[in-house]
Design a protein around this ligand. Structure first.
Ligand code: SAH
Length: 250
């Protein structure tokens, strides 16, 4: 029997063109694929027809399998001798819990490989025409999660509220009101340009841009739907000149 092995693969933010060459090669040889809800149907359609597909969740408030069960499933599948691919949206090691899965595999003595993917921050911001850093505008970029253990994340608001830094918030929609309020309370200008990007890089991409103070109201008005990425910082202003992607012409 073949040695057990699992590939932890990042699928990128949605557009199948943003898969890495390596991810495509690994997917083409997959025998069983455990995927989450962020992996788009177009990418799943690239899998070999004979590959077994297992859906592992998770959407906010609708966890199909717990993380512990996913970890155990990967170990069990790998021991079955098939080529196991754990396919995740974006990059497996950026808010993807890929580290926990890799630890579980390592502890079980199962070999694994990690195929990095384009994370939502870089892919989605690029398709929204927002450079995350820009000379003279943003010298730093920080990626944070807006949600922690099912609730709204407790973040270091003072460190985040720095004027020359771009903040990218993953899983931030539910906490947007609080995020906006705290950043302003900790000194960030209420007029800081901000954007919320829905289903970035896909045909469903929608971008709502406005000031930090107005963003929660704007998001509610247009009924933004997950997955959404929030970008806060002066770089968002560049979008008016750099907005190149039209979702419908893909
Ligand atoms: N590992 C993933 C992130 C998983 S957390 C990565 O590296 O991108 C899930 C969050 O990612 C979502 O709640 C959303 O904030 C963000 N996200 C992922 N894909 C996205 C997309 N196409 N458009 C907007 N946000 C996205």
């Amino acid at each position: 029997m073949r040695a057990a092995r699992v590939w932890l693969v990042g699928a990128g933010p949605g557009d199948p063109g943003l898969l890495t060459l390596k991810a495509a090669q690994v997917l083409a040889r997959a025998e069983v694929v455990v995927h989450d809800h962020l992996v788009t149907p177009e990418i799943l359609a690239m899998l070999p027809p004979c590959a077994e597909l297992i859906y592992a969740g998770k959407q906010r408030g609708r966890h199909t399998l717990t993380q512990a069960k996913i970890n155990a499933l990967l170990v069990r599948l790998a021991r079955g001798g098939r080529r196991v691919v754990r396919l995740k949206g974006g990059d497996p090691f950026i808010f993807g819990r890929g580290g926990e899965e890799a630890l579980a595999l390592a502890r079980a003595g199962i070999r694994f490989e990690v195929v990095p993917g384009i994370t939502a921050a870089s892919g989605v911001a690029a398709y929204a025409g927002i450079p995350l850093t820009h000379r003279g505008v943003a010298q730093a970029c920080v990626l944070v999660t807006g949600s922690q253990r099912g609730g709204i994340a407790e973040l270091d608001w003072t460190a985040l509220a720095r004027p020359d830094q771009t903040i990218v918030v993953y899983m931030g929609l539910a906490g947007l009101e609080r995020i906006s309020r705290e950043l302003i309370a900790h000194g960030l200008s209420p007029r800081t340009p901000s954007a919320i990007i829905q289903q970035g890089t896909t045909a469903g991409q929608r971008v709502v841009a406005g000031t930090l103070a107005a963003l929660p109201r704007l998001a509610a008005e247009v009924r933004v739907r997950a997955p959404t990425l929030i970008v806060i910082g002066k770089v968002v202003r560049l979008r008016s000149a750099l907005d190149w992607f039209s979702p419908n012409s893909r």
